[in-house]
Design a protein around this ligand. Sequence first.
Ligand SMILES: [Zn+2]
Ligand SMILES: [Zn+2]
Length: 185
Amino acid sequence: MLRTAGLCTTNEIQQPKRERYAKIAISLKVCDSADRIRDTLIHELCHAASWLLDGIRDSHGNSWQYYAQKCNSVHPELPKVTRCHNFTINYKIYYECSLCKHRIGRYTRSLNTERFLCARCRGPLVLLPLFRKDGTPIVPHVRPFAKYVQENYRAVFNATAGISHGDVMKRLSKDYFACKRKKKS
Ligand SMILES: [Zn+2]
Ligand SMILES: [Zn+2]
């Protein structure tokens, strides 16, 4: 579960006797604070209560709303129990398009920037500096080739009409390593 804050699975067993059960899962990647875990758990518990106590599975219908309102009237200090969890996802890693600056979040460095392009403008993606939980930046090890791509992509792309991303990358890599060899000799 990466994008869903929580999930309540409801069903019943037939043997040895018919019995309803509910299973709640919480995504700790999305619920990355105590408040979020609490709010998500309450929301999912309302689904569970509706099924276990009343045998009703009506999504966020009357039965779910009954328990949600009950939570708020018993504990008025809690935020209003809402139908959906509107959490902004705090990714650890961001990639940015060098052309249009569109950002893509990931939990790990899973994106291969030599193969994937910006979905909006097909520009090249660059890994952004990482931040610690307290907001201070982690000085990244900038790979020289990534920097070279960032600086030269647009020029190579614009020089040949209809050139594909793969071919731009091939050309950049050829130029970069040729340049490096020249510097060494
Ligand atoms: Zn729900
Ligand atoms: Zn873009």
